[in-house]
Design a protein around this ligand. Structure first.
Ligand SMILES: Nc1ncnc2c1ncn2[C@@H]1O[C@H](COP(=O)(O)OP(=O)(O)OP(=O)(O)O)[C@@H](O)[C@H]1O
Ligand SMILES: [Mg+2]
Length: 581
């Protein structure tokens, strides 16, 4: 469905608001144009030579007050209803967008810049809200007003009306041109806004590196350049908005002068009365207002459409990693996981080749290998962060292809500890219970104890309710790791994927983290990317990855005896590690 159709469907979802809003708009238009119509009677009465009675003036005055009163009420009604509808639509879209972002796969997020996504939420939604409101009030409030005024004008003097009709298309053409110019600028401007947001996001989250490397000046210059670029786009919009207004007004003035001159001629030659002329002129100048609004209307609509396109670009992004039709619920693991990958790549050269692994239930499988050999990539296939393309391999759990299982039933069985620890700006409690929000205090404490996190948590001033800062920055590296292990523990899933963090810890926390990891692996089927000797030693089988291939497999002792790649890695990596037992 095209973007305008999608938007129309959203609007039609609010029929009540729409209906009453339109009713108020029609009345508002009528009350607004009424003075133009009655001007004739007033002027003709005054010009008839007879002295009118005082009471008639009072009556007219009373009429005016009443008119403005009703005009006010109908303005409130239409403005409130239309704006609240606009905001409701935006609220719905915002939620849709957020849900879509939650669902879109890792691949999408790897490519999409955060700043750009955020600006689609902020600036794009705001300008769309404006456009939705204007799109409705333009044709429903301003257009009828223009039509009624034109009607009054034609009724009062067809000669003057014809003259006006000749002049109107010029204004129409100008309005159209300004609108198109603005849409172009807006599209570019919104994407620049995304760039700026991105820069901001990166600098703020990387502030420690920025400061440590003395790059404040560099970042400031980068920001200044982006900021200026954005400024120039805004300036362009401002320019269009600013010159389109006086140009239109000037055109209006020229038209007014022509009408005035021609009108004088008609009165002198007795073709129309002074009242006709006054009524016509009032209607003519009253048209200025809705026409100018119509100009603003097209500008805003074009801006809004540019934004709507950016929003729907995300909403309509295909999600290749989703439940396929006929997806089955995956039963809890009974026997084994099998990972068979002929080839996997990220769009370039192969990252994984000829992988064929079996992970029996309850076993610990370790992956080791040089940096960049494909360990994390391999582990990411199991929870379907990426799918192996059809025909390039298959991953099964008890014989069921995971691509044919529902994502929930698959991921529900997997606890994950990632290489880069992800924590949220929330309390210790909410970070641990992240996969099981409703767990009780006992379960929470148990998980914390098993992960060797209980002691440091209880030393916090607020214990489990301690806020840990953005990305857990108020914690030490080892504490962060143990929290992420607690989180995996509380999920209590049968399958564990553990991508050990490579960051070195001091011997004391290293020991605690190791002990936590051992507890975490108990009674689970584990796929562990091992950087620690103790983890490797506990493994039932170790696979050595090199450039995407498994080149050696066996137990720690067997592999050492082979004196191959593992032996070499061991010499480099593990030799200095403290060995238990
Ligand atoms: N999202 C991605 N898009 C494109 N290429 C990627 C992506 N992720 C990883 N790669 C590439 O794939 C290869 C394997 O990366 P991977 O993260 O699996 O290595 P790793 O074995 O986990 O390394 P490390 O021990 O350093 O964590 C690398 O060459 C990397 O550059
Ligand atoms: Mg890795």
């Amino acid at each position: 469905m095209s973007v305008p159709n999608q938007l129309l469907r959203l609007v039609l979802g609010h029929k009540g608001h729409l209906f009453f809003g339109v009713v108020f708009m029609v009345f508002y238009a009528l009350f607004t144009v009424a003075p133009a119509k009655y001007m004739k009677d007033i002027v003709d009465a005054l010009g008839s030579g007879k002295v009118p009675e005082q009471s008639r003036f009072i009556l007219v005055g009373f009429g005016i007050v009443l008119l403005f009163f009703f005009k006010g009420i109908t303005f409130f009604g239409q403005n409130y209803l239309m704006n609240s509808m606009g905001q409701k639509i935006i609220m719905e879209l915002r939620e849709k967008l957020f849900r879509q972002i939650l669902m879109l796969p890792v691949e999408f997020h790897n490519k999409q810049s955060t700043g750009d996504l955020i600006s689609r939420f902020t600036t794009d939604l705001t300008s769309l809200a404006e456009a939705v409101k204007t799109a409705i009030s333009g044709p429903l409030r301003d257009l009828p007003q223009i039509l009624i005024l034109l009607g009054i004008m034609g009724y009062r003097s067809w000669q003057l009306f014809l003259l006006t009709l000749l002049l109107l298309p010029v204004a129409g053409w100008l309005i159209q041109t300004f609108g198109q110019q603005n849409q172009l600028v807006t599209t570019k401007r919104q994407s620049k806004y995304g760039d700026l947001t991105n820069l901001l996001n990166e600098t703020i989250t990387g502030i420690r590196i920025v400061q440590a490397f003395g790059m404040e000046g560099y970042e400031a210059r980068r920001f200044k350049a982006e900021n200026h670029r954005l400024f120039r786009y805004f300036l362009h919009s401002v320019k269009i908005g600013s010159y389109s207004f006086p140009i239109l007004e000037l055109i209006g003035g020229i038209c007014g002068a022509s009408v005035l001159t021609f009108g004088g001629y008609l009165i002198i030659h007795g073709q129309i009365t002074g009242g006709d002329f006054a009524s016509f002129i009032v209607a003519f100048f009253m048209m200025n207002e809705p026409i100018k609004k119509f100009n603003g209307f097209t500008l805003k609509i074009q801006e809004g459409m540019a934004s709507a396109n950016r929003i729907y670009e995300i909403l309509q992004t295909e999600n290749p990693i989703r439940d396929r039709s006929g997806s089955v619920l995956l039963e809890p693991l009974q026997k084994e996981i099998r990972i068979k990958v002929e080839r996997f790549d990220y769009g370039g050269k192969a990252v994984l080749k000829d992988i064929d692994l079996v992970l029996p239930k309850g076993s610990i499988t370790a992956l080791v290998g040089a940096s960049g050999s494909g360990k994390t990539t391999l582990a990411n296939l199991l929870p379907r962060f990426f799918d192996v393309p059809d025909g390039m391999g298959v991953i099964t759990i008890d014989g069921v292809d995971i691509r044919s299982a529902t994502l929930n039933s698959l991921r529900g069985q997997i606890a994950l500890v990632t290489q880069e620890i992800v924590l949220f700006n929330d309390t210790v409690r909410n970070n641990i219970s992240y996969g099981k929000i409703d767990c009780d205090q006992a379960a929470l404490e148990h998980a914390a104890k098993v992960a060797y996190a209980y002691d440091f948590i209880t030393k916090f001033e607020n214990g489990f309710d301690q806020e840990i800062g953005e990305k857990g920055q108020l914690l030490s590296g080892g504490q962060r790791q143990r929290l992420s292990i607690s989180r995996a523990l509380i999920k209590d899933a049968p399958i564990l994927i553990l991508d050990e963090a490579t960051s070195a810890l001091d011997t004391e926390s290293e020991k605690e983290v190791q002990a936590a990891i051992e507890n975490l692996m108990k009674n689970r089927t584990s796929l562990v990317i091992a950087h620690r000797l103790s983890t490797v030693q506990h493994a039932d089988i170790i696979h050595v990855l090199k450039e995407g291939r498994i080149i050696e497999s066996g137990s720690h002792r067997e592999l050492l005896e082979q004196k191959g790649e593992y032996y070499r890695l061991y010499q480099l990596q593990f030799r200095d590690d403290p060995i238990e037992d």
